[in-house]
Design a protein around this ligand. Structure first.
Ligand code: ZN
Ligand code: ZN
Length: 118
């Protein structure tokens, strides 16, 4: 088995050796954009609480006759710019979903887009 030559951690001034990139200490913690940057901030989480209190069940599960407590508000028509999107705060664009249905929806449905309009 060939030995992988170790390289210097790419963090400036760090002398730890790594296979690639940065050492554990200097690994970027989370490369995703933070939730608040995308517009999901305190105001939203407050709104979400109230909304879920009134719409406590996942609507996609409900369709199948399954009662699942909803944990997320989904934007029926996906918003792209967080709160800057005119559809972000439109209540008729909101629906309660459980986490599974939400990830299914984002993965399978939002991807295809709604209608041809883009
Ligand atoms: Zn390092
Ligand atoms: Zn569900």
């Amino acid at each position: 088995m060939p030995n992988h030559p170790l390289r210097r951690c790419t963090f400036p001034g760090c002398r730890n050796r790594v296979k690639s990139g940065r050492c554990d200490e200097h690994k970027p913690k989370d490369t995703r954009i933070s939730a608040s940057k995308r517009g999901y901030d305190h105001r939203w989480s407050k709104y979400r609480q109230g909304y879920l209190a009134h719409h406590p069940l996942c609507v996609m599960c409900l369709d199948k006759g399954i009662y699942t407590p909803a944990t997320v508000i989904d934007h029926i028509k996906p918003v792209e710019n967080g709160q800057a999107d005119p559809l972000f705060w439109v209540e008729s664009n909101h629906q309660s979903l459980c986490r599974d249905c939400h990830s299914y929806k984002t993965r399978e449905i939002d991807k295809r887009g709604y209608g041809a309009k883009k």
